[in-house]
Design a protein around this ligand. Structure first.
Ligand code: SF4
Length: 461
């Protein structure tokens, strides 16, 4: 089988991000194209409402540190979001210049400013004056150091409230560190931003599992903290019931991305020159396909049960995958995963069904069965709720998604939640906004009254 054309072409290897950073001259030229619109549509399109014209103007006038401050004031993960946001669908998609010319490259400019601040070790968060001092000051326990948990802790600190983040993994960052494809953001880039937040005063404790079989129980958290924020993300991708799914070489999409992202040498060797079949049609499935090619896979198929018009993945992500040589197999229904006599994965059998809207499970004479000789099969068919969700004293849906209102309030008055565990899977920027809003909500409803009482007591003493 032919080797990956990307490797032959000398394109970015596994350890580099796909979009190179802007040089100073490029950033200046791009910033000077901006019209600095009043009531800017780009700002309105950003879930965290970053003041885009202001930060671009600050770059244009040489105030790069000020530009980073503007970005981080609205979004403490501004550097990560500059890399992973679907800007084509959000700020850049709303830019007024997109109609006649080329939209402003808002994502790369945001990365230019935020990377500058991180490189120089500038503070990205200013803690507010403590609302109440002393051991009885109200604090928040945050479960999960992913984007939502970090954003929640940062907003609390900005307003003078302390929190403790309990993270079960040995590194913070959640999906930014482990689950976003490496070609979009390296683990180093994700961790640099978290480290800057920790330097500003966030208390992040890794390797701490919450729950009845964990290091800390929920009852202990409730006794330590006035409020609890749930930011645990989603859980594993469940099996889809295919015969042969237990064979070695069948992967959960997030485990696959994580292994490549963290540079697992065995997995990198396995993927190099392999044939990979990915089942799915959402953005994660596209990430897997593109990541597999960039890791040296010789052939990558995406198997999607419907046609291109129904594919939930963003069009720009699909174009990127196609540019990497992915073979899209539409109207494909996997039937079984095939193993060899010695128990190794040797392929996947699928049925291609007519694109006439007839149910995928109905067989007809025009249906055809195809066998793809794949050595790796990746399931990217949607996650279920995190395991901890079942233990929480809050209402969840049948899929284990935590139910919240627009302010992150759950069915329990002391529990708030945000991020993927409440949305089922959205963008990092949505998780940041959800964490921020939940922090504002708990300050308003729980912490301020407690803090005021505490401060009054402290004064009386
Ligand atoms: Fe600049 Fe485009 Fe935003 Fe207007 S819409 S402020 S031109 S980035």
């Amino acid at each position: 089988m032919a080797e990956s054309f990307l490797l032959h072409a000398g394109l970015a290897p596994l350890d580099r991000e796909i979009r190179p950073p802007l040089s100073g001259a490029e950033a200046l030229a791009e910033a000077n194209r901006c019209l600095f619109c009043y009531d800017a549509p780009c700002t309105r399109a950003c879930p965290t409402h970053i003041d885009v014209p202001l930060f671009i103007q600050q770059i244009a006038t040489g105030n790069t540190a000020g530009s980073a401050r503007t970005i981080f004031a609205a979004n403490v993960l501004g550097s990560s979001c500059a890399r992973v946001c679907p800007t084509e669908e959000l700020c850049e998609g709303a830019c007024v210049l997109g109609d006649q010319h080329k939209p402003i490259a808002i994502g790369p400019l945001q990365r230019y400013a935020t990377d500058h601040a991180l490189r120089l070790g500038l503070p990205i968060l200013t803690p507010g004056p403590a609302v109440a001092a002393g051991t009885s000051a109200p604090t928040v326990g945050i479960i999960g150091a992913g984007p939502a948990g970090l954003a929640c802790a940062a907003e609390l600190l900005r307003q003078g409230y302390r929190s403790v983040i309990y993270e079960q993994a040995d590194q913070p960052g959640g999906l930014n560190t482990f689950g976003v494809a490496q070609y979009k953001m390296t683990p180093g880039a994700a961790l640099a931003e978290v480290e800057a937040l920790a330097r500003s005063g966030l208390d992040i404790r890794c390797g701490v599992r919450v729950g009845k079989n964990g290091t800390v129980t929920l009852a202990e958290l409730e006794s330590r903290h006035a409020a609890i924020f749930i930011g645990v993300g989603m859980g594993a991708i469940p099996g889809i019931g295919l015969p042969g799914e237990e064979l070695p070489g069948v992967w959960d999409a997030l485990d696959f991305i994580s292994a490549l992202k963290l540079g697992n040498p065995e997995v990198i060797k396995l993927v190099s020159k392999a044939s990979v079949a990915v089942i799915g049609g959402g953005n994660t499935s596209i990430d897997v396909t593109t990541q597999a090619v960039r890791a040296g896979a010789a052939k990558v198929w995406l198997l999607y049960r419907r046609g291109p018009a129904h594919m939930p993945a963003y069009p720009h992500e699909v174009h990127l995958a196609l540019a990497h040589g992915i073979d899209m197999v539409y109207h494909a229904v996997p039937r079984r995963i095939l193993g060899s006599e010695d128990g190794q994965l040797r392929g996947i059998e699928l049925q291609t069904v007519p694109a006439d809207g007839s149910p995928a499970d109905s067989r007809s004479p025009s249906d055809s069965t195809v066998v793809l000789e794949a050595s790796i099969v990746v399931r990217a068919t949607g996650q279920r709720g995190a395991g901890l969700a079942a233990e929480l004293p809050v209402r969840t849906t049948a899929k284990g998604v935590v139910e919240v209102d627009a302010w992150g309030r759950t069915s329990h008055p002391r529990y708030y939640a945000g991020g993927d565990c409440t949305s089922g899977g959205q963008e990092v920027v949505n998780a940041v906004e959800a964490g921020k809003r939940a922090a504002q909500s708990m300050i308003r409803e729980l912490l301020t009254p407690l803090g005021q009482v505490d401060a009054a007591q402290a004064q009386a003493e």
